[in-house]
Design a binder for this molecule. Structure first.
Ligand SMILES: NC(=O)c1ccc[n+]([C@@H]2O[C@H](COP(=O)([O-])OP(=O)(O)OC[C@H]3O[C@@H](n4cnc5c(N)ncnc54)[C@H](OP(=O)(O)O)[C@@H]3O)[C@@H](O)[C@H]2O)c1
Length: 296
């Protein structure tokens, strides 16, 4: 039985999906979280990774508060670059274990004429995006032969409050909600991402991968689909980003190309509206959503 160590596997949106999916696929799963000790302490990491003897380490720990990162660039850098760099170094020294690390569409800014490919030049517009880019570069520099970086985007799924949950909660309280309609991205189901991550790890994949559901949407289109599927009672008002000022600059277009992942899987990742239906009908409406804060 293959062994996995999932960082962030108890509380993170993606971490919980990884813990669940890897277990279902027959992996023996251990988690490593804040409650176990200081992940930024090298000797602690060396001990825990050494003891775990994992075939694959999945790093779903990140500083994901995009706006807060603007005010805390050093702390964000510690979590988003120093930690993955340390993980790669420890695995290199151990001489075993594949590192599956996660990054973001926010390494791009746009505008762009077509979905971003893995070999397009990144150009992050925010502290969050810059620290995540530094993290992916560190992992691939230190452990190129045994690591992969999965860039994902606009996650929804069970276990931790996300954009879809926030919209549906707001919709229950208000007659109308305003949602940005001039930023476009790739909505993605955390459980689908966890499946692709497991498959990539099982095949020892290396390099950068864009790992998102097919299709694209604006935030307003994603909200609209979620409200329609749940027969929500409120009206949606599409607005421009300028009407919803945020501390960090967001990409106007960060849709990711899924060609490389499709070739690997032997099929296109399913379209995001189909994945959203599964989330809403199998998880959200059946009440398994726990609703912890932490939207990206
Ligand atoms: N969510 C999105 O829409 C999105 C989009 C693009 C890319 N991504 C990427 O996908 C990955 C997973 O994101 P996510 O949405 O699952 O994030 P998340 O739900 O915010 O989870 C982040 C995890 O990191 C842990 N963490 C943060 N700081 C820590 C620290 N100092 N020590 C120990 N643990 C710490 C959190 O633990 P606590 O719960 O204890 O704080 C939590 O388990 C990240 O690499 C992120 O950049 C996410």
């Amino acid at each position: 039985m293959a062994k996995a160590l999932v960082l962030g596997g108890v509380t993170g949106l993606l971490g919980q999906a990884l813990t669940r999916v890897l277990t279902e696929r027959g992996w023996q799963v251990e988690t490593l979280s804040r409650a176990d000790g200081n992940l930024l302490e090298m000797s602690f990491l060396e001990d825990r990774l050494g003891q775990a003897g994992a075939d694959a380490v999945f790093n779903a720990v990140a500083w994901t508060q995009v706006d807060d990162a603007e005010d805390h660039p050093e702390e964000a850098l510690l979590i988003n670059r120093t930690l993955p760099d340390a993980l790669a170094r420890v695995l290199k020294a151990l001489g075993r274990g594949h590192l599956v690390h996660f990054s973001t569409d926010f390494v791009f800014s746009g505008p762009h004429q077509h979905p971003w490919r893995e070999d397009d030049a990144p150009n992050p517009a925010s502290v969050y995006g810059r620290t995540k880019l530094a993290g992916e570069e560190a992992v691939l520099r230190v452990l190129p032969e045994r690591s992969c970086v999965l860039r994902t985007a606009w996650l929804f799924g069970p276990g931790r409050k996300n954009f879809v949950d926030v919209i549906l909660a707001a919709c229950r309280k208000r007659d109308a909600i305003s949602v940005v309609h001039d930023q476009f991205g790739s909505p993605t189901y955390s459980l689908d991402l966890a499946q692709w991550s497991a498959e990539l790890a099982e095949k020892g994949a290396t390099g950068i991968w864009h790992a998102v559901n097919s299709g694209q949407a604006s935030w307003c289109e994603l909200a609209s689909e979620a409200i329609a599927l749940t027969a929500g009672p409120c009206r949606l008002e599409p607005i421009a980003s300028s009407q919803w000022p945020q501390k960090a600059q967001r990409p106007v277009y960060s849709v990711l190309d899924t060609g490389k992942l499709s070739e690997f899987l032997g099929k296109k990742p399913r379209p995001w509206p189909q994945a959203l239906r599964e989330y809403l009908f199998s998880e959200y409406l059946s009440g398994t959503q726990s609703g912890k804060e932490g939207i990206h």
